[in-house]
Design a protein around this ligand. Structure first.
Ligand code: FES
Length: 189
């Protein structure tokens, strides 16, 4: 970890465009998009130098930057693996078998929630509703959603990622986006 951070020239230009959306005396309003931009540049997490840089750039107390960064699960305050697995455990996903999916992944990767696998490939996190309940249960991997998962399809998904294959994003069953599936309306017990 380096002890300093600043935006690359490309990201500095993106930051300038973001800032232009807000009044000059309200630049702290750009904190959320700046956190996202900085995290992407910094390998998926917000290190102390990144938080300090954002504090100085936006003229926001460092503790406030930390408060915002620690509130949202989309921001990581420690390093994450190449694939950040975010398991939704809110009621619709839970009713559709999220716990089974989570247990299958933990067993397969020999890792617990909050951990990163020793090869640095996968980090496991638990999050609240991802806003795609209609295709529950689902898993977010970095920026992509994988939906309608089963124990079998989630393991195939992990194996594909580990082998460098890009899985099909979205629903993992034969349905058009979130159109109803005939005969699949029972709750998982
Ligand atoms: S409950 Fe899982 S996406 Fe909404």
């Amino acid at each position: 970890m380096t002890d300093s951070f600043c935006f690359t020239p490309d990201n500095a230009e993106t930051a300038r465009v973001i800032l232009s959306r807000y009044p000059a005396n309200r630049k702290q309003s750009a904190l959320l998009p700046f956190l996202d931009l900085a995290q992407r540049q910094n390998g998926g997490w917000l290190s102390p130098p990144v938080l300090r840089f954002l504090s100085e750039t936006l003229d926001v107390p460092e503790i406030k930057v930390y408060e915002v960064a620690s509130f949202y699960t989309m921001f990581n305050l420690k390093p994450v693996g190449r694939y950040h697995l975010q398991f939704c455990r809110t009621t619709p996903c839970w009713l559709r078998g999220a716990e089974t999916i989570e247990n299958a992944v933990c067993t397969h990767l020999k890792a617990r929630m909050g951990e990163t696998t020793p090869d640095g490939l996968f980090t496991l996190s638990r999050v609240e509703c991802l806003g795609a309940c209609v295709n529950a249960p689902l898993l977010q991997v970095n920026d992509d959603f994988y939906e309608d998962l089963t124990e079998t399809t989630v393991i195939t998904l992990l194996d594909d990622l580990a082998q460098g294959r890009q899985p099909t994003v979205g629903t993992q069953v034969k349905r058009q986006t979130s159109a109803p599936i005939v005969g699949r309306c029972t709750l998982v017990s």
